[in-house]
Write a protein that binds this ligand. Structure first.
Ligand code: ZN
Length: 139
């Protein structure tokens, strides 16, 4: 992974390691940059993608695994704290060779081919995720 921090320390660009786990690499980058909370955006390509879809009735994630080469056309999310650790929450839209797309909540297990991420820190206290009884999610 290569990191390029802004001189202000409030933003950074990260080029993620090929072959790494997309979500874990983003978390590692946030930890190395030292940003606990903020926004993250990412683009690139993966050789395998694992997405989650939250079933609102069953209150659990369905996991979808795509064993194919995909472009990360858009990745948008945020950084917060969960159980005292940096937590990256990223939603992605990924495109196939024919331009069709899939999308969802990024899960562990996605393999980076090439990915670039941009982090921007929140100027203030970090949001802390806690279980929300109404949705079953850590909000
Ligand atoms: Zn999500």
């Amino acid at each position: 992974m290569k990191l390029y921090a802004s001189t202000s320390g409030e933003a950074a660009f990260a080029r993620l390691a090929k072959g790494g786990d997309f979500l874990r690499e983003l978390t590692r980058a946030a930890n190395e940059i030292g940003i606990e909370a903020g926004t993250v955006q990412a683009i690139g390509a993966v050789s395998r993608l694992v997405l989650g879809f939250y079933d609102q009735d069953r209150r659990e994630y369905e996991q979808l695994t795509f064993h194919e080469h995909l472009e990360i056309a858009s990745g948008l999310g945020n950084l917060s704290l969960r159980d005292g650790e940096s937590f990256v929450h990223l939603h992605v839209v990924a495109s196939r060779a024919d331009g069709s797309t899939i999308g969802g909540h990024l899960m562990e297990g996605s393999t980076v081919f090439a990915a670039e991420a941009y982090f921007r820190s929140l100027d203030g206290p970090a949001p802390v995720r806690e279980l929300d009884e109404e949705t079953g999610l850590h909000l």
